[in-house]
Design a protein around this ligand. Structure first.
Ligand SMILES: [Zn+2]
Length: 65
């Protein structure tokens, strides 16, 4: 697979419709951010979850390591 194809595939992993339907609240609480990222990871993979949030989700047993 050539790099350009890979790039296109990466780009298409952005789930634009999901993002439009689920904007991040303007001043999110930690809970809101956790919830958002948890849902985001299910529907879209345009970006990685911040490690701090991932740790928090693991701590709350909402995510497996
Ligand atoms: Zn996304």
């Amino acid at each position: 697979m050539n790099p350009e194809t890979l790039y296109m595939m990466k780009k298409s992993r952005l789930n634009k419709e999901w993002h439009l339907a689920h904007p991040m609240p303007e001043h999110p609480t930690l809970d809101q951010r956790l919830e958002w990222h948890l849902e985001h990871a299910k529907h879209c993979s345009c970006r990685e979850m911040p490690p701090r949030l991932r740790e928090e989700l693991v701590k709350r047993k909402l995510l497996q390591k």
